[in-house]
Design a protein around this ligand. Sequence first.
Ligand SMILES: C[S@@+](CC[C@H](N)C(=O)[O-])C[C@H]1O[C@@H](n2cnc3c(N)ncnc32)[C@H](O)[C@@H]1O
Length: 260
Amino acid sequence: MDMDKYEIFKKDVNRLINIDLDYYKEKQMKRRISSLLTRNNFKDFDDYFLGLKEDKLLLEQFINYLTINVSEFYRNPSQWTVLENNIIPALIDNNKRGLKIWSSACSTGEEPYSLVMMLSNFFPLKDIKVLATDIDEEAMNKAKVGLYSEKSLANLPKGFKEKYFTRIEGSYKISDEIKKCVEYKKMDLLKDRFPTNIDLITCRNVMIYFTEEAKELLYSKFYNSLNDKGILFVGSTEQIIMPEKHKLKAAKTFFYEKIV
Ligand SMILES: C[S@@+](CC[C@H](N)C(=O)[O-])C[C@H]1O[C@@H](n2cnc3c(N)ncnc32)[C@H](O)[C@@H]1O
């Protein structure tokens, strides 16, 4: 792919979404974007940019791809509503002994802490345990500190901010009682052994970095990791094309149930 097209692409992207790719390592970024556009069947940067302008999901995928560690509480809030109103109650019905929950690319902790806060609507905190794993130890160290920007809290349901955060200068610190419910462990999704007997796995906004082959491997590992009727919750650009092939079925959009 020639250089000029990438220069133009960078300017166009900056105008469209206000992300300046000049701030990113050029060689790596160019290579990564090239592989992303090829995977999405575009032929070059021009062609891809036209796609980005027209297709919101494609644009979201692109932004996620650029912002590797970025997370927020209750990311894609409507999916968390489905989780709270449909998925969790069904899991509880199926399973009287409490739920085993795993946030599998937890980054800086917003996702596992959101899970704990949501579960606090169903169980006392002392009975809640969420396993949180990531390949990036530095991100998990930030999670353990638990200091967040106001912006990352924007989608939190009413009441949680006051109940579980303390304001420290410009940031918000999550309370120890929430932190205590999360156990962090380093894990590479593509190489390490998975925990078993899990009722709910979240794997969100990480599979976009992976090849088709890697994703196939991951689906089968998740299948083995889940309890019967357990649920895999994926990110908003990560729907599984043929879930039945992996003995999963769509319980709701973005939620896949293990077929018994
Ligand atoms: C965009 S964050 C997603 C955070 C959260 N799940 C969310 O949706 O907001 C992606 C995370 O995936 C992690 N990651 C990338 N490759 C991984 C791998 N092979 N195994 C485990 N985690 C990985 C990164 O370190 C990063 O923290």
